[in-house]
Design a protein around this ligand. Structure first.
Ligand SMILES: Nc1nc2c(c(=O)[nH]1)N[C@H]1C(S)=C(S)[C@@H](COP(=O)(O)OP(=O)(O)OC[C@H]3O[C@@H](n4cnc5c(=O)[nH]c(N)nc54)[C@H](O)[C@@H]3O)O[C@H]1N2
Ligand SMILES: Nc1nc2c(c(=O)[nH]1)N[C@H]1C(S)=C(S)[C@@H](COP(=O)(O)OP(=O)(O)OC[C@H]3O[C@@H](n4cnc5c(=O)[nH]c(N)nc54)[C@H](O)[C@@H]3O)O[C@H]1N2
Ligand SMILES: [Mo]
Length: 764
């Protein structure tokens, strides 16, 4: 079998490999010099916010924080390559559809607003004004505003997102499907129930004081590389880092900090994880409950021996609700169930719990490995339960830290991209603008797809993103998009969602973060974003726009808004001329933005106050609230392990992609080169199937709805992963994720637990 695509894993994350990869990336982008100059302004007080991820910036943001992810994201945007009208004249949409995500985006930046011409099956350049007029007239012609979907991807600035939600609400709907629905929705839902605020409670500084950091279901080496710097400093100080991840991820094992000249020169590396536990997919709630069981047992033993309590009774008495019920639920959970569901031994769980109990200050971070399961919300609440036991919320060096994905996904929510808007927010909008706002709940991602499929939605507008490829059941969603009366995509580069035109379809090219946004009066415009630590800061690009025809997202939203709802309530072109005016409206309608325009211009921006971090609990009972539910009756993993050739599949990111944007075909931290159609699997599982590394197979989803879901022509990579759990890359595997499978209470597609089996490929 051909196994040439399987090679050596990097010995540590970061280091020279990361530098080399950056060099390559800058060369590929075609602008090594301006690329390098651009990088020096990433995450600097006078520069732009890196579009790479939502990790916080250090207080001492003086030197450029080197980050491979950031380099790639910046180089991707500041490329000299252009997807011009000539490209679209030379290729029909049908032809372009044959390209992979990788090939398509390699054409570079979009330069002209374009309209789809069904007669020739080609996109043709048009005038901005004509585009706005036609979009406005179709929107105005719908029977109901609820027949349109307004998607947001988490790169949109606070200003663009706020303007967008204002326009859409004045138009009359709360249909705001949002990438967050596929991402950290469960964190928001779970945390609001537990601690009264749907955001993390820590600041970056807390990582300097924590005695232990639990990293659950997250791969920062690839997805939040700057976080590794903070973990490394913590490890060097002697803080314990406990990882829960079914896969051994390189970045969590060892990291060479490119910032550290000595470590680079000596070829050294720092061990990150002190303890690396490999649970089965979806086994985290059981693992955390197991640790809570150990804590309660230790508490009983301490009391019996007349030793100090393990629990923080003062905190629990003053701040929490439901401890006794939680204790009863933990007592009722037996070790056999915990061990089977988590895939971890009691001994492993006990040693992790010991670290927790020995630490005065604990931070717990998590990402998609926790949020993209059926029972994610209760898992997050269990994490919160566990942290409450020793008062680890609302004190320095401790707290809950869901690490967000897109660089402004948290800010977009804050400024109103929400299909279930809080009543207080709608009240504030009504009071400030003097008009009624729609009060009925709108569509999230899955509801939007449902409405697009059954014909009750006729328009799709995307403020960034790649809806058709990021969502589950991509072939079905693509068909749904083609049935629309109107599709509009506001984007920087061409992607597959643009190639699924409705009857009328526009691709509208916008400025990216790295580009200067100059208004008619010649004044450079600042945008703002909020990171995972609720820091809001400014961002201004430094590059010349990729094309003179590009408009800012703010201006595009204003153009569509003016053509649709008119200037009766606000004057859209006035707002589009000056982002300060938009920020004045944000300040007037959303708490925490006092003196926005001034504070934004301070070096690190400002922090949005998090009540839970101050031990104020905006929950229904005014306390931090324990959840008391039983473990799930059965996880996908447990069901798969009953045999029948079934496996639990997770779909994750390679080291060379940004969501649906594929930068390259290598995943050097996992030792895979030049290939993305792979399945990571335990060697013993291969042996049991009489299969070997490199064997070609089709992957088939267990069907409960009569639909055949097959991912064709994948190859096996033996890997250090629990038996019965397998993994492969998104978006290629989105054909296998069923629309019908969603997280309880979060309605998030279950991208990390799909029940699949294998089919040998028929010889061609
Ligand atoms: N370079 C780069 N950076 C990015 C992105 C990107 O695509 N590329 N995407 C951005 C976005 S939008 C997001 S949301 C974040 C995503 O950041 P991550 O959440 O790190 O993204 P994934 O690649 O999905 O990795 C999920 C991790 O969880 C583990 N995991 C899966 N299932 C389980 C489970 O049941 N239990 C446990 N304990 N672990 C599990 C996987 O093995 C994997 O290590 O990154 C952001 N940053
Ligand atoms: N199977 C599976 N599916 C998943 C996931 C998974 O782990 N597994 N993860 C989910 C997660 S966490 C997320 S966040 C979603 C991501 O879903 P999306 O946010 O919809 O997807 P992206 O791939 O980030 O969007 C990339 C496109 O955004 C456009 N773009 C880039 N920069 C800009 C900009 O500055 N402005 C504008 N207007 N457009 C820009 C470009 O045209 C590019 O092609 O996918 C989800 N889908
Ligand atoms: Mo995400």
């Amino acid at each position: 079998m051909d196994t040439g695509f399987i090679g050596k894993k990097s010995s540590a994350a970061g280091g020279w490999g990361a530098l080399k990869s950056c060099g390559k990336q800058l060369l590929k982008s075609g602008t090594p010099l301006s690329g390098a100059r651009t990088l020096l302004k990433a995450n600097q007080p006078d520069g732009f916010d890196c579009p790479g991820c939502a990790w916080g910036d250090p207080a001492h943001g003086s030197s450029f924080e080197f980050c491979e992810n950031g380099v790639k994201a910046v180089a991707w945007e500041s490329t000299e390559k252009r997807a011009t009208p000539e490209l679209f004249a030379a290729n029909t949409v049908t032809e372009l559809r044959k390209l992979t995500d990788y090939e398509l985006e390699r054409h570079g930046r979009l330069t002209h607003p374009m309209r789809y011409d069904a007669a020739t099956d080609k996109y043709v350049a048009v005038d901005w004004a004509d585009a706005f007029a036609e979009i406005g007239s179709i929107l105005k012609g719908l029977d109901s505003p609820d027949r349109a979907e307004f998607y947001t991807s988490g790169r949109a600035s606070n200003e663009a997102a706020y303007l967008y939600q204002l326009f859409v609400r004045l138009y009359g709907t709360n249909n705001f499907p949002d990438c967050s629905n596929m991402c950290h929705e469960a964190s928001g839902v779970g945390l609001r129930q537990s601690i009264g605020v749907g955001k993390g409670t820590v600041l970056l500084e807390d990582f300097e004081e924590a005695d232990a950091i639990f990293v659950i279901g997250q791969n920062p080496g690839t997805n939040h590389p700057r976080m590794l710097g903070d973990l490394r400093r913590a490890a060097i100080r002697g803080a314990k880092i406990v990882v829960f991840n079914p896969i051994r991820e390189r970045g969590l094992e060892r990291f060479t900090d490119p910032q550290d000249k000595l470590e680079m020169l000596r070829g050294g590396a720092t061990d990150i994880a002190s303890d690396y536990l490999q649970p089965r997919l979806g086994g985290d709630m059981a693992a955390v409950r197991g640790m809570a069981k150990v804590v309660f047992a230790a508490e009983d033993a301490a009391i019996a021996a007349g030793l100090p309590s393990v629990l923080d009774h003062a905190f629990l008495a003053e701040h929490s609700f439901g401890l006794a019920e939680y204790r009863a639920a933990v007592d009722a959970t037996d070790w056999a169930q915990i061990e089977d569901q988590s895939g971890l031994s009691r001994q492993q769980i006990e040693s992790a719990a010991q670290i927790y109990m020995r630490a005065d200050r604990v931070i717990c971070t998590w990402a998609m490995g926790v949020t993209q399961h059926v029972h994610s919300v209760v898992t997050i609440r269990e994490i919160s339960n566990f942290m409450l036991l020793r008062g680890n919320i609302g004190k320095p060096g401790a707290g809950l830290c869901p690490v967000r994905g897109h660089s402004n996904v948290q800010g977009d929510r804050t400024v109103g991209i929400n299909e279930k808007p809080p009543v207080a927010f709608l009240d504030a909008l009504e009071k400030h603008f003097g008009v009624a706002m729609p009060r009925h709940e709108g569509h999230n991602v899955l509801a939007a797809i449902g409405a697009m499929l059954d014909g009750s939605s006729e328009v799709f507008i995307g403020l960034g993103g790649n809806f058709a490829r990021a969502t589950p059941d991509s072939p079905i969603v693509e068909q749904a998009m083609r049935r629309m009366k109107l599709t509009v995509n506001i984007a920087t580069k061409p992607n597959h969602s643009h190639l699924m035109p409705g009857a009328v379809s526009y691709v509208l090219p916008c400025l990216g973060r790295t580009e200067m946004d100059i208004n008619a009066a010649g004044v450079s415009q600042l945008i703002s974003v909020e990171d995972s630590m609720s820091m809001v800061h400014g961002s201004a690009g430094i590059n010349r726009p990729a094309s003179p025809l590009l408009m800012s997202e703010v201006a595009i939203v204003a153009g569509i808004a003016e053509a649709t709802v008119g200037n009766g309530v606000v004057n859209w072109s006035d707002l589009a001329q000056d982002n300060d005016r938009i920020r004045d409206h944000i300040e007037a309608t959303i708490p925490g933005f006092e003196n926005y325009n001034v504070r934004l211009r301070k070096a690190r921006g400002f922090h949005l106050r998090n009540a839970a971090a101050h031990r104020e609990w905006n929950t229904t009972n005014g306390k931090a609230t324990f959840s008391t539910v039983a473990l799930p009756a059965e996880t996908v993993h447990q069901r798969a392990s009953k045999g029948g050739g079934n496996f639990a599949l997770q779909t994750f990111r390679s080291h060379d992609q940004y969501n649906t944007t594929v930068y390259g075909l290598d995943d050097r931290y996992r030792g895979v080169y030049g290939e993305r159609q792979v399945i990571f699997i335990h060697p013993a599982d291969l042996e049991a199937m009489n299969a070997a590394a490199g064997d070609r197979i089709d992957v088939v989803t267990e069907s409960t709805d009569g639909i055949d879901r097959v991912a064709e022509n994948f190859r096996f990579v033996p890997y250090d992963i629990p038996r019965g759990s397998i993994a492969g890359y998104y978006p290629e595997l989105n054909v296998l994720v069923p629309l019908g499978s969603a997280g309880d209470e979060s309605d998030t597609p279950t991208s990390k637990s799909v029940m699949v089996s294998f089919r040998k490929r028929q010889a061609a």
